[in-house]
Design a protein around this ligand. Structure first.
Ligand code: PAF
Length: 283
């Protein structure tokens, strides 16, 4: 595996490796890699000639400086894992490489409600930062396909919207959420849970599954209230939001008329760790 920290180096390498129409699969990450990331990498390896993974803890997507500071960083261990899993190129730049002083990389896209509801409401500016870095990385790597997990469902919607709006020449591949045996969605934040919090965390997905069973049988508002109450039966869990919305537009749904398009999205605090998850309510 080649590992680079500068744009010049990775582009020189890609010019050689990806010449003659070889496809590039790209897996952007913020490191602290787990099986969820590895599943994206493996899918990229299956579908492309070359797989590039980036590790960059992007400051512009953190609205809370304490959260940025606490974000787990494990580059040496991550690089070893990527090499073992057959990644061809690891790009791990520092902040000035991605955001040189005096350059603006804001994306000029109107996201409508996509960056304002749910995560957007509680983490203002978060998706502008995600869009900025993803667009920047796409410009550097110029991938044929880029791989994102459905766990960050709203992020995926924002990125798809940006790719369409800016007509970027990349195909976005949405990959299923990878879960622990007890159902907890894999996330780099899980490693910061205490043992007690980790034992409690699977309740989130258990309640989402029960929501799916009840969908269409009781009104949307009642289902949301029921699910929040169920989660709050466990002291230590605090729901920040739970929405049932249209899976493409993310508009909140007030009834089941478009039930096939419905999705539940949730953010829950365990202590100061915030986990998100989601489920399609009708399969
Ligand atoms: O999902 C993530 O890990 C990040 O938001 C991403 C897409 C790598 C952008 O920093």
């Amino acid at each position: 595996m080649n590992q680079f920290s500068t744009i010049r180096e990775i582009q020189e390498c890609l010019a050689i490796m990806a010449g003659e129409g070889r496809s590039i699969g790209f897996v952007p990450t913020m490191g602290a890699l787990h099986q969820g990331h590895i599943s994206l990498l493996m899918r990229s390896r299956m579908e492309n000639d070359i797989t590039v993974c980036s590790i960059f803890v992007n400051p512009t997507q953190f609205n809370n400086p304490a959260d940025l500071k606490k974000y787990p960083r494990s580059l040496t261990q991550d690089a070893k894992l990527l090499m073992e899993c057959g990644c061809d190129i690891l790009f791990a730049p520092d902040v000035p490489e991605i955001y040189p002083e005096g350059e603006s990389h804001e994306v000029d896209v109107d996201f409508g409600i996509l960056d304002k509801v749910m995560e957007g409401k509680f983490r203002p500016g978060h998706f502008r930062g995600v869009a900025m870095v993803v667009n920047r990385l796409f410009t550097i790597v110029n991938p044929t396909r880029a791989y994102f997990g459905k766990k960050d469902f709203q992020q995926l919607a924002v990125i798809l919207h940006m790719v369409n709006a800016l007509k970027l020449p990349v195909k976005i591949i949405a990959c299923e959420t990878v879960r622990e045996a007890d159902g907890l969605a894999m996330s780099s934040r899980n490693m910061r849970l205490t043992i007690a919090e980790r034992n409690l965390a699977p309740v989130i997905y258990q309640v989402l599954l029960k929501m799916r069973e009840r969908s269409g049988k009781i009104p949307v508002r009642e289902l949301k209230e029921w699910a929040i109450k169920k989660i709050h039966e466990h002291p230590g869990l605090r729901v920040e939001y739970l929405e049932i919305c249209d899976k493409a537009s993310l508009f909140p749904m007030g009834n089941w008329f478009q039930r096939k398009r419905s999705m539940a999205l949730i953010a829950v605090f365990l202590g100061d760790i915030r986990l998100i998850d989601n489920i399609e309510l009708f399969l």
